[in-house]
Design a protein around this ligand. Structure first.
Ligand code: GUN
Length: 284
């Protein structure tokens, strides 16, 4: 079974859109998401455009601020401080990666925790690992929703996550652990990787290498979640970290690229923006 992230994302966004209408009636304005894009990285330009489209679709106010690659760290931090202080802004994110002269750690830390719709702020990350209320990072949250939608049982299952990034690998491992899976975090230097992954009931791949996971690495009946967004080395077409055509024969459920995890990440961003807005409105 191929799990359509597009279809589930639409369901999530429709639900957000309904709630936005009620919010406007109750609080007089929709949630406002601000996305900062530095430079011209084509992948980032495309991701940010997608976020803007989804924000429009659910009825948010949506502002994209584009800054040149040459912006100084100081100026970017100043802009973030202004947006933190701006009462009309509910959610704020800076698209990553950033140019080398700007510290991503400083930028992430500068965003007010209450507006951190990405869930990247160290205080949000700490809350996640301490099981305290927090904003869940969008891609990991979307992956759990996809597994639930596909009817994949998580509790008691063996999950293997390939990749240990702050954005996906580590937080999705934590969410799977919190659902009582037994989790192995693997990576490019894991010995006998195929042996480890082929024992997984749930295999999440976020390593950023085109077609890295081959059929021999997938156990019969596994649920395979492909977080990769790459260019195919020969065709130049968008492809995941998983050799989809070969692996779909062995998997019980599998996500396609495009149309799998990507749309869910954006749908969860919309949910998180609404959550930030509601937290603010209800604490007033
Ligand atoms: N770059 C790749 N994924 C993401 C994301 O989820 N948020 C931000 N801000 N940048 C990214």
């Amino acid at each position: 079974m191929i799990i359509s992230g597009k279809d589930l994302a639409l369901e999530v966004k429709n639900d957000v859109a309904e709630r936005v209408k009620q919010c406007v009636a109750e609080y007089g304005r929709p949630p406002h998401l601000v996305v900062i894009l530095v430079g011209e990285n084509p992948a980032s330009v495309s991701y940010v455009a997608g976020k803007g489209r989804d924000a429009e679709e659910v009825g948010f106010k949506n502002t994209t601020i584009r800054k040149p690659e040459s912006i100084s760290e100081e100026e970017l931090l100043g802009l973030i401080a202004e947006l933190n202080a701006d009462e009309s802004v509910d959610g704020l994110l800076v698209q990553l990666p950033l140019p080398k002269h700007i510290s991503e750690a400083k930028v992430i830390e500068a965003i007010a925790k209450e507006k951190d719709v990405d869930g990247f702020h160290p205080l949000n990350v700490a809350s996640l690992w301490q099981k305290l209320p927090c904003l869940l990072p969008c891609t990991p949250k979307g992956i759990i929703k996809l597994l639930d939608k596909a009817g994949v049982q998580i509790e008691g299952k063996k999950a293997v996550v390939i990749g240990r990034s702050n954005i996906v690998g580590l937080p999705v491992s934590k969410l799977l652990l919190d659902r009582n899976a037994t989790v192995t975090i693997a990576h490019s230097r894991t010995k006998n990787l195929a042996q480890v992954t082929s024992e997984a009931d749930i295999l999440v791949v976020a390593i950023g290498k085109p077609l890295f996971v081959t059929a021999d690495m997938v156990g019969e009946g596994a649920a395979v979640i492909d977080v990769g967004v790459n260019r195919h080395p020969e065709t130049g077409k968008l492809c995941g970290d998983v050799d989809f055509e070969a692996c779909k024969e062995k998997a019980s459920v599998i996500t396609p690229v495009p149309g799998g995890v990507g749309p869910m990440t954006r749908a969860c961003l919309m949910e998180n923006t609404l959550e930030c807005y509601l937290n603010k409105m209800m604490n007033k």
